[in-house]
Design a protein around this ligand. Structure first.
Ligand code: BMA
Length: 326
């Protein structure tokens, strides 16, 4: 898409910017709050590419642990990471939380996150007033994740996009779709309905999932999503055997009933092309988690690249709307 520009400072945040143990900084949520930009990012730590390959070569399975860190910025481009991670959950049952998305709703920061547990993948929602203490409001049953909360109530209810992983859908395999649920209080979720099946996306041969929290425009809710297509050969990865290419797509949802898709980009918005997108822990991954509409009409799209670094691309709102209304 020619109207979207990668920022010349990319990657805008990576492990070298973090003042504590950090290896992979990616899949961040971003919002404007109290006069600054706030980013919550995923930090997988405990390995370098070299140590990973060494451990693998010795026949053992290397391990990365995960926490969530914070960074702040005045301009949305230059970021300063906080002195320590701000959110982590781990116990006998919970293995980690990751992939934060951040929405300011009714003046309050709300974090959506994914959680790996011994009994499945759950989607969580937490509130905070200071980015130091987080109160978990709800955790879904497995398997569901990629939750993205709308920035205001619709029809009186909070609304989230989400991506359950039903093993029997589409005849089996990793073909998952985008769904939506509503809640009166962020705790109890229901009225669930399908938003978009993966088969509607011309550039997905596998699953799709919600990306950044949607942005309100007079024409509808503008929302990014990620789409997976399977490559014929191994893509670059520390892991080995990585064949899933993640790109970003764009859709427009009805203002009053956001389960209705009223626009969809026929082509991807962003495909991995730059070295920092094609090379890393898992190459060829573009995974947006934050989108900010500025008063000027500029839209900032934040995305994790190659499961390794955090990046920024910008576009004008009118071009994005035209792109998904065609
Ligand atoms: C998904 C999630 C994301 C990750 C992506 C690509 O299934 O695990 O956190 O960015 O795969 O590896």
């Amino acid at each position: 898409m020619k109207y979207i520009r990668r920022h010349s400072s990319n990657p805008i945040l990576s492990a070298r910017d973090i003042p504590y143990d950090a290896s992979l900084i990616f899949n961040a949520g971003v919002a404007k709050w109290q006069g600054e930009y706030v980013m919550l990012f995923r930090n997988d730590y405990g390995q370098t590419e070299e140590s990973w390959r060494k451990t693998q070569a010795s026949g053992q399975w290397p391990h990365l642990a995960t926490n969530i860190g914070i960074a702040r910025s005045r301009d949305g481009v230059h970021w300063t990471a906080g002195p320590k991670p701000v959110f982590q959950m781990r116990d006998d049952e919970i293995q980690r939380v990751y992939d934060p998305r951040l929405t300011i709703v009714e003046g309050r920061p709300v974090l959506c996150f994914a959680m790996d547990t011994k009994h499945g993948l759950r989607g969580g929602i937490a509130t905070t007033d200071d980015f130091e203490r987080f109160e978990v409001q709800s955790l879904s049953v497995p398997d569901n994740r990629n939750m993205a909360l709308f920035p205001e109530r619709v029809g009186g209810c909070f609304v989230r996009l989400e991506r359950p992983m039903p093993v029997y859908s589409h005849g089996g395999g990793e073909h998952f779709d985008i769904w939506l649920s509503e809640s009166p209080d962020l705790r109890f979720w229901g009225e669930s309905r399908l938003v978009m099946g993966a088969e509607r996306v011309p550039y997905a041969t596998g699953k799709i999932g919600p990306a950044a929290p949607p942005v309100k425009t007079p024409r509808g809710w503008l929302a990014t999503f990620h789409a997976v297509r399977y490559a014929d050969q191994d893509l670059h990865s520390w892991e080995g055997n990585w064949r899933k290419e993640y790109c970003a797509g764009l859709m427009l949802l009805d203002l009053d009933d956001p389960s209705k898709v009223i626009g969809l980009s026929r082509e991807p918005l962003l495909v991995a092309e730059e070295p920092y997108e094609t090379n890393g822990f898992r190459g060829s991954v573009i995974f947006p988690g934050g989108m900010i509409l500025e008063d000027s009409g500029e839209v900032k799209i934040y995305y994790g690249a190659a499961d390794t670094v955090e990046c920024l691309a910008t576009a004008h709102i009118d071009d994005l709307l035209a792109f998904c209304e065609k």
